[in-house]
Design a protein around this ligand. Structure first.
Ligand code: SAH
Length: 280
């Protein structure tokens, strides 16, 4: 039996409910990679993670008072930073109830509960009116979602004409050998990865959704290896702290596979919903 979209949502949502706080701790507050200027940059994972959020805010180019949709919002830190830095209202959606609780608590603690709200919703069926957001982002969330073409069409629908969509995502930068691909894909399940799209496919993928591509920025060298190595270091630190869990606390197989697969990189993709032509 093939699971329906809502069954899929429930099981994956529950997985996030269980693991999200641990991942947040290891990743330094958010659930995404960091950004380092160069190999000499000794910034912590926390600082580098905030830097990647700043870069995303910059690319969204949202002005004060606008309403932005955060699709796959995690525990809410990027949405809070966006609301504070750009002066916008943010609606965050995730399939994890626990993430909604954590995000809502953070918004309240930060005094932003009137401007930043979190909701359980599936990116494949966004419960919003057409043309109801001035901008949106998919911040390291698209790779977790099935039917990513449909997610982009959903984003297109809820954006107003002229609204910008910014995607940060792992991408395949060079083709993988079959054996390499097999090993990598075998590690997807535990990290809730659905698929990683080749970077060269993005122009077509974006165009098919109706969006107009503005920019693709390959930031692989600034993010992949330094993030992965810091995750491994952190997990080794945890093992020292809790020797009784030796052999239990291990880097997720997905992290180990990414380290040996430099063909997988990271890109920021900026697109916009075209303005309506006069009279149409
Ligand atoms: N953007 C956040 C979280 C990234 S982790 C950050 O940068 O910290 C991936 C997120 O995508 C999680 O919040 C997960 O719940 C969400 N997600 C995965 N599949 C989803 C779906 N089908 N619909 C909505 N959110 C989804």
């Amino acid at each position: 039996m093939t699971p329906t979209s809502s069954q899929h949502q429930e099981t994956i949502g529950q997985l996030y409910d269980r693991t999200t706080e641990m991942i947040e701790k290891i990743m330094g507050g958010s659930l995404h990679n960091g950004y380092w200027d160069d190999p000499m940059d000794g910034a912590s994972l926390e600082a580098a993670s905030e830097r990647l959020t700043e870069l995303m805010i910059d690319k969204l180019d949202a002005s004060k008072g606008r309403r932005i949709l955060d699709i796959g919002c995690g525990t809410g830190r990027p949405a809070i930073a966006l609301a504070r830095t750009a002066g916008v209202d943010v609606v965050g959606v995730t399939i994890s109830e626990r993430e909604v609780e954590l995000g809502s608590r953070l918004a309240k603690d930060e005094g932003l509960a009137d401007r930043v709200t979190f909701h359980v919703a599936d990116a494949l069926e966004l419960p919003f009116e057409p043309d109801s957001f001035d901008g949106a982002w998919l911040f390291e969330s698209l790779l977790h979602m099935p039917d990513q073409a449909r997610v982009l069409r959903q984003a297109y629908s809820v954006l107003r004409p002229g609204g910008v969509l910014v995607i940060a995502n792992l991408v395949e930068r060079a083709p993988l050998a079959d054996e390499q691909r097999g090993r990598l894909e075998a590690s997807y399940h535990d990290s809730h990865i659905d698929s990683i799209i080749p970077l060269r496919d993005y122009p077509g993928f974006i165009a098919d959704s109706g969006l107009a591509l503005r920019e693709i920025i390959d930031i692989s060298e600034h993010t992949m290896s330094p993030t992965l190595h810091r995750i491994v270091e952190r997990i080794a630190g945890l093992r020292e702290e809790f020797p009784e869990y030796d052999g239990v606390i291990e880097p997720p197989p997905f992290v180990a596979r990414l380290i040996e697969t430099p063909e997988i990189g990271y890109a920021i993709i900026v697109a916009a919903k075209p303005e309506r032509l006069a009279g149409s």
